[in-house]
Ligand binder design. Sequence first.
Ligand code: NAG
Ligand code: NAG
Length: 361
Amino acid sequence: MTQQWLVFAAVAAIVLVLGALVSAGTAASMVTFVFGDSLAEVGNNNHLQYSLARSDYPWYGIDFTGKKATGRFTNGRTIGDILSEKLGISSPPPYLSLSQNDDAVLQGVNYASGGAGILNETGQYFIQRLTFDDQINYFKKTKERIRAKIGEAAANKLCNEATYFVGIGSNDYVNNFLQPFLADGQQYTHDEFVELLVSTLEQQFSRLYQLGARKILYHGLGPLGCIPSQRVKSKTGQCLKRVNGWVMEFNSKVQKLIITLNKRLPNAHMMFADTYPAVLDLIDNPKAYGFKVGNTSCCNVDTSIGGLCLPNSKLCKERKDYVFWDAFHPSDAANEVLAQKLFDSLSSSVSAPPSLPPKPL
Ligand SMILES: *[C@@H]1O[C@H](CO)[C@@H](O)[C@H](O)[C@H]1NC(C)=O
Ligand SMILES: *[C@@H]1O[C@H](CO)[C@@H](O)[C@H](O)[C@H]1NC(C)=O
């Protein structure tokens, strides 16, 4: 397999996924299933009685409709909410908020859960969260409910034609490998750990495929070494280069995995959305995007006890000036910039189909 063919395959996969994603005609009926962590959560953990990974209290949601703390880990909307707006669909509801017989499942579901990772042991100290495996199990249940409503053939068609957004893996670093008191960081070298993550992800993607998923968009990890909760570990407040290096290695291995799966699984159109450069640019050059601060959060969090925004925390004056809302999560304003970039890259890859020889990605 030549390098050029691989690049072509990757570009073709992007065009196939995003052709379906942004073509205006199909947008209104587009069904999306969302899997992930706190960057994509819209309120599943509110329904987990003992979960410590929650954000259903002030100041979360202060810039959301009705100033409501919905369980989103930001002051306003997630990137997924904003992408949904741009696609003209409503952001799918949290799985755990649905009743057994809810017709909403026919429009899509959000399974994302704060604290969740690829691995089961990730985020264990939050007591409860939906791991990626849990989320896939719930998708299987969802498919059974859809089948009961519209029959087997129509359910298969719906699941084949839906778009699957997956954003998971940050917690496998932040709330696992990078925590010196947890076993994984002691037990594995990074080379071993990244192999474990990628081989687990391979099984999880394959399982989603067996359940009918064809168009899967995986949201690559951002520069985790630059989030406020990591920067405080450097004496000078700099980004942790070693952590960013690990994340880039993870991203590039997942990118290769996706190319391999697209070849191996008939009609699979999986895509890797590389958000790392866009997030890093926003953090490094906040002023170029109309922000003032990229290295610390609007909510004055105590990173020694976590890094979430607590009701007794002080907020900054202008929330729009900050890239970060708390020590982990971007602000609504930053999510707007990132969602727009993602949307533009999706649209341009559709309107300009690849011609050979392809440009390098
Ligand atoms: C998580 O635990 C379940 C149940 O024990 C197991 O079936 C699954 O393979 C585990 N997944 C991972 C990623 O370790
Ligand atoms: C953030 O950057 C500003 C300006 O470059 C600097 O003055 C400030 O000390 C930095 N804050 C932290 C927490 O590193």
